[in-house]
Design a protein around this ligand. Structure first.
Ligand code: NDP
Length: 241
Protein backbone atom coordinates (compact mmCIF):
# COMPACT_ATOMS: atom_id res chain seq x y z
CA UNK A 1 0.00 0.00 0.00
CA UNK A 2 1.11 3.55 -0.72
CA UNK A 3 2.07 5.83 2.19
CA UNK A 4 0.88 8.88 0.22
CA UNK A 5 -1.79 10.85 2.12
CA UNK A 6 -5.33 10.53 0.74
CA UNK A 7 -6.24 13.54 -1.41
CA UNK A 8 -8.32 16.25 0.27
CA UNK A 9 -12.04 15.89 -0.47
CA UNK A 10 -13.20 18.46 -3.02
CA UNK A 11 -16.53 20.14 -3.68
CA UNK A 12 -17.74 18.50 -6.89
CA UNK A 13 -20.86 19.33 -8.92
CA UNK A 14 -22.23 16.86 -11.46
CA UNK A 15 -25.28 18.00 -13.41
CA UNK A 16 -27.72 15.31 -14.53
CA UNK A 17 -26.32 12.87 -11.96
CA UNK A 18 -29.46 10.88 -11.16
CA UNK A 19 -29.06 8.37 -14.00
CA UNK A 20 -26.91 7.24 -16.88
CA UNK A 21 -23.45 8.70 -17.38
CA UNK A 22 -23.90 11.47 -14.80
CA UNK A 23 -24.84 9.00 -12.06
CA UNK A 24 -21.75 6.88 -12.73
CA UNK A 25 -19.59 10.02 -12.61
CA UNK A 26 -21.16 11.15 -9.32
CA UNK A 27 -20.71 7.66 -7.82
CA UNK A 28 -17.04 7.60 -8.86
CA UNK A 29 -16.37 10.92 -7.09
CA UNK A 30 -18.29 9.73 -4.02
CA UNK A 31 -16.21 6.54 -3.94
CA UNK A 32 -13.00 8.56 -3.75
CA UNK A 33 -14.38 10.59 -0.84
CA UNK A 34 -15.29 13.90 -2.49
CA UNK A 35 -18.23 16.09 -1.41
CA UNK A 36 -20.57 15.62 -4.35
CA UNK A 37 -23.62 17.66 -5.32
CA UNK A 38 -25.93 16.38 -8.06
CA UNK A 39 -28.38 18.65 -9.85
CA UNK A 40 -31.38 17.41 -11.85
CA UNK A 41 -34.96 18.42 -12.57
CA UNK A 42 -36.51 15.29 -11.05
CA UNK A 43 -34.27 14.38 -8.09
CA UNK A 44 -32.93 10.93 -7.21
CA UNK A 45 -29.23 11.66 -6.63
CA UNK A 46 -27.09 8.70 -5.54
CA UNK A 47 -26.82 8.06 -1.80
CA UNK A 48 -24.24 10.32 -0.20
CA UNK A 49 -24.64 13.14 -2.72
CA UNK A 50 -26.36 16.46 -2.06
CA UNK A 51 -29.58 16.25 -4.09
CA UNK A 52 -30.28 19.65 -5.66
CA UNK A 53 -33.15 20.49 -8.00
CA UNK A 54 -32.04 22.70 -10.84
CA UNK A 55 -33.22 23.06 -14.41
CA UNK A 56 -30.11 24.24 -16.26
CA UNK A 57 -32.25 26.23 -18.70
CA UNK A 58 -33.28 28.55 -15.84
CA UNK A 59 -30.55 31.07 -14.87
CA UNK A 60 -32.20 31.79 -11.48
CA UNK A 61 -32.34 28.08 -10.66
CA UNK A 62 -28.64 27.77 -11.49
CA UNK A 63 -27.83 30.68 -9.17
CA UNK A 64 -29.96 29.17 -6.37
CA UNK A 65 -28.33 25.76 -6.82
CA UNK A 66 -24.85 27.22 -6.47
CA UNK A 67 -25.90 29.08 -3.30
CA UNK A 68 -27.18 25.79 -1.84
CA UNK A 69 -24.08 23.82 -2.86
CA UNK A 70 -21.62 26.46 -1.67
CA UNK A 71 -23.45 26.62 1.67
CA UNK A 72 -23.20 22.86 2.14
CA UNK A 73 -19.87 21.96 0.49
CA UNK A 74 -17.95 25.20 -0.17
CA UNK A 75 -17.07 26.63 -3.59
CA UNK A 76 -17.32 24.17 -6.46
CA UNK A 77 -13.80 23.07 -7.37
CA UNK A 78 -14.80 20.45 -9.95
CA UNK A 79 -17.67 21.04 -12.37
CA UNK A 80 -18.92 18.26 -14.63
CA UNK A 81 -21.54 19.71 -17.00
CA UNK A 82 -23.25 16.50 -18.06
CA UNK A 83 -27.00 17.28 -18.24
CA UNK A 84 -28.17 16.95 -21.80
CA UNK A 85 -31.12 16.12 -24.02
CA UNK A 86 -31.88 15.11 -27.58
CA UNK A 87 -34.81 16.07 -29.82
CA UNK A 88 -33.94 14.15 -32.98
CA UNK A 89 -35.56 14.74 -36.32
CA UNK A 90 -34.42 15.53 -39.85
CA UNK A 91 -33.44 19.12 -40.67
CA UNK A 92 -36.50 19.89 -42.77
CA UNK A 93 -38.80 18.77 -39.94
CA UNK A 94 -36.81 20.36 -37.11
CA UNK A 95 -38.88 23.01 -35.35
CA UNK A 96 -37.56 26.16 -33.70
CA UNK A 97 -38.41 24.53 -30.40
CA UNK A 98 -36.48 21.31 -31.23
CA UNK A 99 -33.49 23.51 -31.97
CA UNK A 100 -33.71 25.95 -29.09
CA UNK A 101 -34.54 23.43 -26.34
CA UNK A 102 -31.49 21.31 -27.19
CA UNK A 103 -29.17 24.30 -27.57
CA UNK A 104 -30.48 25.91 -24.39
CA UNK A 105 -29.96 22.76 -22.32
CA UNK A 106 -26.73 21.38 -23.77
CA UNK A 107 -24.81 24.49 -24.77
CA UNK A 108 -26.25 27.50 -22.97
CA UNK A 109 -26.83 25.42 -19.82
CA UNK A 110 -23.13 24.51 -19.79
CA UNK A 111 -22.22 28.20 -20.29
CA UNK A 112 -24.37 29.19 -17.28
CA UNK A 113 -22.76 26.52 -15.12
CA UNK A 114 -19.18 27.21 -16.19
CA UNK A 115 -19.63 30.97 -15.74
CA UNK A 116 -21.05 30.61 -12.24
CA UNK A 117 -18.55 27.93 -11.17
CA UNK A 118 -15.60 29.96 -12.41
CA UNK A 119 -16.34 32.71 -9.84
CA UNK A 120 -15.47 30.39 -6.96
CA UNK A 121 -12.62 28.77 -8.87
CA UNK A 122 -11.01 32.16 -9.53
CA UNK A 123 -11.07 32.88 -5.81
CA UNK A 124 -9.62 29.44 -5.04
CA UNK A 125 -7.09 29.91 -7.85
CA UNK A 126 -7.72 26.34 -8.99
CA UNK A 127 -10.50 24.34 -10.60
CA UNK A 128 -11.44 21.70 -13.12
CA UNK A 129 -14.23 22.08 -15.65
CA UNK A 130 -15.32 19.09 -17.72
CA UNK A 131 -17.97 19.47 -20.41
CA UNK A 132 -19.64 16.27 -21.61
CA UNK A 133 -19.90 16.49 -25.39
CA UNK A 134 -20.41 13.61 -27.83
CA UNK A 135 -18.69 11.89 -30.71
CA UNK A 136 -21.41 13.32 -32.97
CA UNK A 137 -20.22 16.87 -32.26
CA UNK A 138 -17.31 16.17 -34.61
CA UNK A 139 -18.74 13.37 -36.80
CA UNK A 140 -22.18 14.87 -37.37
CA UNK A 141 -25.27 12.69 -37.32
CA UNK A 142 -28.30 12.57 -39.60
CA UNK A 143 -31.34 13.62 -37.56
CA UNK A 144 -29.24 15.40 -34.93
CA UNK A 145 -28.46 18.82 -36.42
CA UNK A 146 -29.45 20.49 -33.13
CA UNK A 147 -27.67 18.01 -30.86
CA UNK A 148 -24.46 17.85 -32.92
CA UNK A 149 -24.30 21.66 -33.08
CA UNK A 150 -24.74 21.92 -29.31
CA UNK A 151 -22.03 19.33 -28.66
CA UNK A 152 -19.58 20.87 -31.15
CA UNK A 153 -20.15 24.25 -29.48
CA UNK A 154 -18.85 22.84 -26.21
CA UNK A 155 -15.42 22.36 -27.77
CA UNK A 156 -15.05 26.05 -28.62
CA UNK A 157 -16.42 26.94 -25.21
CA UNK A 158 -13.96 24.73 -23.30
CA UNK A 159 -11.00 25.91 -25.34
CA UNK A 160 -11.89 29.56 -24.79
CA UNK A 161 -12.29 28.98 -21.05
CA UNK A 162 -8.95 27.14 -21.04
CA UNK A 163 -7.30 30.24 -22.53
CA UNK A 164 -9.12 32.72 -20.26
CA UNK A 165 -8.63 30.93 -16.97
CA UNK A 166 -5.46 28.90 -17.46
CA UNK A 167 -3.33 31.49 -15.63
CA UNK A 168 -5.36 30.73 -12.48
CA UNK A 169 -4.71 26.96 -12.66
CA UNK A 170 -8.23 26.27 -13.92
CA UNK A 171 -8.46 23.61 -16.62
CA UNK A 172 -11.36 23.16 -19.04
CA UNK A 173 -11.66 19.95 -21.03
CA UNK A 174 -14.23 18.07 -23.06
CA UNK A 175 -15.09 14.39 -22.84
CA UNK A 176 -16.71 13.06 -25.99
CA UNK A 177 -18.44 9.72 -25.40
CA UNK A 178 -19.50 7.49 -28.24
CA UNK A 179 -22.51 5.20 -27.86
CA UNK A 180 -23.08 4.37 -24.21
CA UNK A 181 -25.88 2.18 -22.78
CA UNK A 182 -28.26 4.66 -21.09
CA UNK A 183 -31.88 5.88 -21.27
CA UNK A 184 -30.77 8.23 -24.07
CA UNK A 185 -29.71 5.36 -26.35
CA UNK A 186 -32.39 2.89 -25.17
CA UNK A 187 -34.79 4.52 -27.66
CA UNK A 188 -32.75 3.24 -30.65
CA UNK A 189 -34.05 0.18 -32.50
CA UNK A 190 -32.06 -3.10 -32.43
CA UNK A 191 -31.24 -2.53 -36.08
CA UNK A 192 -29.86 0.95 -35.37
CA UNK A 193 -27.85 -0.43 -32.45
CA UNK A 194 -26.35 -3.20 -34.61
CA UNK A 195 -25.42 -0.71 -37.33
CA UNK A 196 -23.67 1.51 -34.79
CA UNK A 197 -21.80 -1.41 -33.23
CA UNK A 198 -20.55 -2.54 -36.63
CA UNK A 199 -18.94 0.92 -37.11
CA UNK A 200 -17.18 0.94 -33.74
CA UNK A 201 -13.66 -0.56 -33.85
CA UNK A 202 -14.18 -2.09 -30.40
CA UNK A 203 -17.50 -3.55 -31.69
CA UNK A 204 -19.56 -2.74 -28.60
CA UNK A 205 -21.29 0.04 -26.71
CA UNK A 206 -19.37 1.74 -23.93
CA UNK A 207 -20.40 1.71 -20.28
CA UNK A 208 -21.16 4.68 -18.06
CA UNK A 209 -18.26 3.61 -15.83
CA UNK A 210 -15.84 3.88 -18.76
CA UNK A 211 -16.85 7.53 -19.21
CA UNK A 212 -16.69 8.16 -15.45
CA UNK A 213 -13.12 6.84 -15.14
CA UNK A 214 -11.98 9.29 -17.85
CA UNK A 215 -13.65 12.20 -16.07
CA UNK A 216 -12.00 11.13 -12.81
CA UNK A 217 -8.61 11.09 -14.47
CA UNK A 218 -9.13 14.52 -16.09
CA UNK A 219 -10.02 16.06 -12.73
CA UNK A 220 -7.32 14.22 -10.78
CA UNK A 221 -3.60 14.63 -10.10
CA UNK A 222 -2.63 12.85 -13.31
CA UNK A 223 -4.06 15.57 -15.56
CA UNK A 224 -2.72 18.82 -14.09
CA UNK A 225 -1.18 19.80 -17.45
CA UNK A 226 -4.16 18.86 -19.63
CA UNK A 227 -6.45 21.68 -20.73
CA UNK A 228 -8.45 22.50 -23.84
CA UNK A 229 -8.40 18.80 -24.77
CA UNK A 230 -11.17 16.73 -26.31
CA UNK A 231 -10.90 13.21 -24.90
CA UNK A 232 -12.88 10.59 -26.82
CA UNK A 233 -14.43 7.63 -24.97
CA UNK A 234 -15.97 6.07 -28.04
CA UNK A 235 -14.38 2.71 -28.80
CA UNK A 236 -12.56 4.39 -31.70
CA UNK A 237 -15.73 5.49 -33.52
CA UNK A 238 -14.66 9.12 -33.94
CA UNK A 239 -10.93 8.73 -34.46
CA UNK A 240 -9.37 11.08 -36.95
CA UNK A 241 -11.44 14.06 -35.84
P1 NDP B 1 -29.81 10.46 -19.79
O1 NDP B 1 -30.89 10.81 -20.74
O2 NDP B 1 -29.73 9.09 -19.22
O3 NDP B 1 -29.77 11.52 -18.58
C1 NDP B 1 -29.80 12.90 -18.85
C2 NDP B 1 -29.58 13.63 -17.55
O4 NDP B 1 -29.65 15.04 -17.78
C3 NDP B 1 -30.60 13.29 -16.51
O5 NDP B 1 -29.96 13.21 -15.27
C4 NDP B 1 -31.55 14.49 -16.55
O6 NDP B 1 -32.16 14.62 -15.29
C5 NDP B 1 -30.58 15.62 -16.87
N1 NDP B 1 -31.21 16.77 -17.53
C6 NDP B 1 -31.76 16.82 -18.77
N2 NDP B 1 -32.24 18.04 -19.02
C7 NDP B 1 -31.98 18.80 -17.91
C8 NDP B 1 -32.23 20.15 -17.55
N3 NDP B 1 -32.86 21.01 -18.38
N4 NDP B 1 -31.82 20.58 -16.35
C9 NDP B 1 -31.19 19.76 -15.51
N5 NDP B 1 -30.92 18.46 -15.78
C10 NDP B 1 -31.32 17.99 -16.98
O7 NDP B 1 -28.45 10.84 -20.54
P2 NDP B 1 -27.05 10.09 -20.66
O8 NDP B 1 -26.58 9.65 -19.34
O9 NDP B 1 -27.12 9.15 -21.79
O10 NDP B 1 -26.15 11.31 -21.17
C11 NDP B 1 -25.47 12.18 -20.30
C12 NDP B 1 -24.66 13.17 -21.13
O11 NDP B 1 -23.78 12.44 -21.98
C13 NDP B 1 -25.52 14.04 -22.03
O12 NDP B 1 -24.96 15.33 -22.11
C14 NDP B 1 -25.42 13.34 -23.37
O13 NDP B 1 -25.63 14.22 -24.43
C15 NDP B 1 -23.99 12.82 -23.32
N6 NDP B 1 -23.75 11.70 -24.22
C16 NDP B 1 -24.44 10.52 -24.10
C17 NDP B 1 -24.17 9.47 -24.94
C18 NDP B 1 -24.88 8.16 -24.85
O14 NDP B 1 -24.62 7.31 -25.73
N7 NDP B 1 -25.72 7.91 -23.88
C19 NDP B 1 -23.15 9.60 -25.99
C20 NDP B 1 -22.49 10.86 -26.03
C21 NDP B 1 -22.78 11.86 -25.17
P3 NDP B 1 -33.70 15.08 -15.10
O15 NDP B 1 -34.48 14.52 -16.24
O16 NDP B 1 -34.10 14.60 -13.77
O17 NDP B 1 -33.58 16.56 -15.15
Amino acid sequence: MSDAPAPEPRSVLVTGGNRGIGRAIAEAFLAQGDRVAVTTRSGGAPEGALDVRCDVTDPEAVEAAFAQIEGAHGPVEVLVANAGITADTLLLRMSEDDWSSVLDTNLTGSFRLAKRASKGMLRLRRGRIVLISSVVGMLGSAGQVNYAASKAGLVGMARSIARELGSRSITANVVAPGFIETDMTAVLSDEQKDTIKSQVPLQRYGTCEEVASTVLWLTGPGATYVTGAVIPVDGGLGMGH
